[in-house]
Write a protein that binds this ligand. Sequence first.
Ligand code: FES
Ligand code: FES
Length: 160
Amino acid sequence: MKLTVNHHTHEIREGRQRILLWVLRDELGLPCDEEGCMAGQCGKCTVLVDGVATRACLTSVGEVEGKEILTYEALQAQPHLQALRDCFAAEQVLQCGWCAVGQMMAAAALLQAHPHPSDDEIIDAMSPNYCRCAAYSRIRRAVRRAAGDQEEMEELEPVA
Ligand code: FES
Ligand code: FES
């Protein structure tokens, strides 16, 4: 079967029930999609599927066949993610960094869908991602700051 990941189509082994996280990491060699709870609770494994933040640990490859999957590896080369990282740094969000990739992916999905999110939209989008350092208020400030960086953020590539 075929999987479209980071703008390339990959031929992968058969097995529609296989977990997307393991296929991305072990078969396609994309280590930024990280393992956390493996139960859909932490958001550490977040990828974008047709622009929607998605738990790769709960997703089978059969579910995402024919869809566009983006991992942190693809986004990190783009200016908008650098802007987002700068905002996280400016707000001193990250302490241990354990949650960083998942938070960035969730924020990228939010800002792609809603370049000017309300505070409620930021809370709704970011709350599912667990930060064991409890930096939630700083995460929200960083996303708000990034949303103000419109010239960068509006250059987000369409995913669909
Ligand atoms: S590893 Fe997927 S949500 Fe925690
Ligand atoms: S910064 Fe440590 S888990 Fe979020």
